[in-house]
Design a protein around this ligand. Structure first.
Ligand SMILES: [Zn+2]
Length: 264
């Protein structure tokens, strides 16, 4: 699932390709025909994002996109390519074309709805002005587990299943500890690792969370062109640190990956 790092990457790509230009918008699939007509032949005045939410601004009309589990953009230099039938939104200018398929949300917001959405989200670790205290104030009062809280977008915006699993591992933190019982030092370390790992992911557009000395020889050869993790999707494989089998459990409807030995 695209997490905060992908959305930041997409915001950068779309700023580069479309910001300040007049765009033609259409909805080949038809489900966003009205919205596309509203922004067609208008100037994209800003591109913003918070957590997993991406916004294209056309003055006071703002297209809100949430990719969900299956949504994705394909952005290319123009070569007269046809849009797939499933394309919800196509935006194009004289140089670039970007096609959006399969999003959970693609809708037009006015300024009020935009601000309401932004304000409903917790701090985004990728923002330089993100206030970690805002997240800590919610976590330290909560009876939910830290594994659940990290995925709650109103607590921290942009973290999904990968960026829940990996910082918890790096902090040697059990996912099952309740927010109200979490040590402040552990929270600081979780926040710090979230910032660092999301930044790496946003720059590369790929998830890379493993230190080089923890990679296998084969992975070292591939480093830079493959995604690596400590525990995410490594069920049954030996932990890179202690060799115990990585475990998977269901937590809040999503698979939680963790090392029962390192994260006690
Ligand atoms: Zn381990």
């Amino acid at each position: 699932m695209p997490e905060g790092h992908s959305i930041r990457h997409l915001a950068t790509v779309h700023s580069y390709g479309f910001l300040g230009t007049t765009v033609q918008a259409s909805s080949p699939q038809g489900r966003f025909a009205e919205g596309a007509a509203l922004i067609n032949n208008r100037t994209m005045t800003d591109v913003t994002c918070k957590g997993k939410h991406l916004f294209f601004h056309f003055d006071h009309d703002i297209v809100h996109v949430h990719l969900g589990l299956y949504g994705w953009f394909t952005t290319r230099k123009n070569k007269g390519q046809d849009a797939k039938e499933s394309t919800r939104l196509r935006i194009t200018n004289k140089d670039y074309t970007s096609d959006l398929v399969g999003p959970t949300a693609c809708e037009v917001f006015d300024n009020q709805r935009y601000l309401a959405k932004i304000n409903s989200l917790g701090p985004d670790p990728l923002k330089t002005d993100a206030d970690a205290e805002e997240a800590w104030n919610k976590i330290k009062k909560s009876k939910k587990t830290i594994g659940q809280l990290l995925m709650d977008q109103s607590v921290i915006a942009g973290i999904g299943n990968v960026y829940r699993a990996e910082p918890l591992f790096l902090s040697s933190q059990s996912p099952f500890v309740l927010g109200k019982e979490l040590h402040r030092g552990k929270f600081d370390s979780l926040w710090r690792d979230s910032v660092r790992l999301l930044q790496v992911g946003a720059e590369d557009g790929k998830i890379k969370t493993v230190a080089e000395h923890h990679l296998t020889n084969d992975e070292v050869k591939l480093h830079g062109c493959t995604q690596t993790s400590y525990v995410y999707k490594r069920t049954g494989n030996p932990c890179r640190v202690c060799s115990s089998a990585v475990q998977a459990d269901d937590m809040g409807g999503r698979t939680l990956y963790w090392c029962p030995n390192c994260q006690r």
